[in-house]
Design a protein around this ligand. Structure first.
Ligand code: ADP
Length: 320
């Protein structure tokens, strides 16, 4: 294999740059040429593709976002649209493609690997940690740290005013961010899609905390369950409890990647290129028990993402 390309797609995540850097440098180290496709599949269709050199990925390991830009192009599900994109890669003699993104991006990559002689490898980049075949996705650790920082700040004001706060965190349909942020932030309750939680139970925790003199309570709510606004309304209507709420929103996606994300992205980016060199295609890389693994795209889609509910039990025991 002499020429490969790399793109970032879907929602951006801190550490995507470190992954691109790893792909580019591993490829060049192994004597290959490497091209950056800008704006994900949109750039592939539009031919927004440029050759990258070692220096082009200098000074980005520490930056959030993705210097290749990301975009959403729902039309990429259409084989006719993909045909043009494939032509654009073939014109440049590109034989392999690394796609850094989430589930949707993998679907595009799988379609490409089934349709052309361009080999594709997926790298999990999303703060949501909702991709099967890996224990952690690139960006998750950084987002978690951003959330903890926010919880600590909310806690200062919550305890100064004896308040109960709901903090809504991202994660789409996955509760990973909420669960781990709830434990690390010392919250009273964690509400995630994967575990039914009665509001009576949430309220009794808040009340118990009040009774033992605790000045504040923090409830971490995963966006996949309901909005913080809705929950605050229910708590007022059903329990006459006045709660404040904070929606962290897109700050969770930004910021300099954590050391863990930089290392993970570097390892996964490097491994993705190694897999291409050894002739693999249609697979996603990941980390399981601190070992690099790869999984066929079909198996990634067939599996259902789950959170580790033993952590949920830990959080219950620690927030008595
Ligand atoms: P993520 O990769 O973070 O899950 P999206 O779901 O938005 O983000 O997917 C990113 C892009 O991947 C989409 O904008 C589209 O271009 C492409 N894509 C998503 N689903 C498919 C599909 N079924 N077939 C082909 N391409 C897809």
């Amino acid at each position: 294999m002499k020429k490969i390309a790399v793109l970032t797609s879907g929602g951006d995540a801190p550490g995507m740059n470190a992954a691109v850097r790893a792909v580019v440098r591993t490829a060049i180290y192994n004597g290959m040429e490497v091209y950056g496709v800008y704006q994900g599949y949109k750039g592939m269709v539009e031919g927004n593709i440029k050759k990258l050199e070692v220096g082009d990925v200098g000074n980005i390991i520490n930056r959030g976002g993705t210097f290749l830009s990301s975009a959403r192009l729902p039309e990429f599900a259409n084989p006719e649209i993909r045909k043009g994109a494939i032509e654009n890669l073939k014109k440049l003699g590109i034989e392999g493609l690394v796609v850094i993104g989430g589930d949707g991006s993998y679907r595009g990559a799988m379609a490409l690997s089934n349709e052309m002689d361009i080999k594709t490898i997926g790298v999990p980049g999303t703060i949501d940690n909702d991709i099967c075949g890996t224990d952690f996705t690139i960006g998750f650790d950084t987002a978690l740290n951003t959330i903890i920082d926010a919880i600590d700040k909310v806690r200062d004001t919550a305890s100064s005013h004896d308040r109960t706060f709901i903090i809504e965190v991202m994660g789409r349909n996955a509760g990973d961010l909420a669960l781990m942020a709830g434990i690390a932030g010392g919250s009273e309750s964690i509400i995630i899609p994967e575990k039914e939680e009665s509001l009576d139970e949430v309220m009794s925790r808040v009340r118990r905390a009040e009774e033992r003199g605790k000045k504040h309570s923090i409830i971490i709510l995963a966006e996949g369950v309901m909005s913080a606004q809705e929950l605050a309304k229910i708590m007022k209507e059903q329990y006459n409890e006045d709660v404040k709420y904070t929606i962290l929103g897109h700050i969770q996606r930004g910021g300099a990647p954590s050391a863990m994300d930089r290392v993970l992205a570097s390892r996964l980016g490097n491994y993705a290129v190694q897999l291409l060199i050894s002739g693999n295609s249609g697979r996603a890389v990941g980390i399981q028990n601190n070992r690099l693994v790869s999984t066929k795209f079909e198996d990634v889609f067939e599996d259902t993402h789950s959170v580790d509910l033993t952590m949920y039990e830990v959080s219950k025991q620690l927030s008595i």
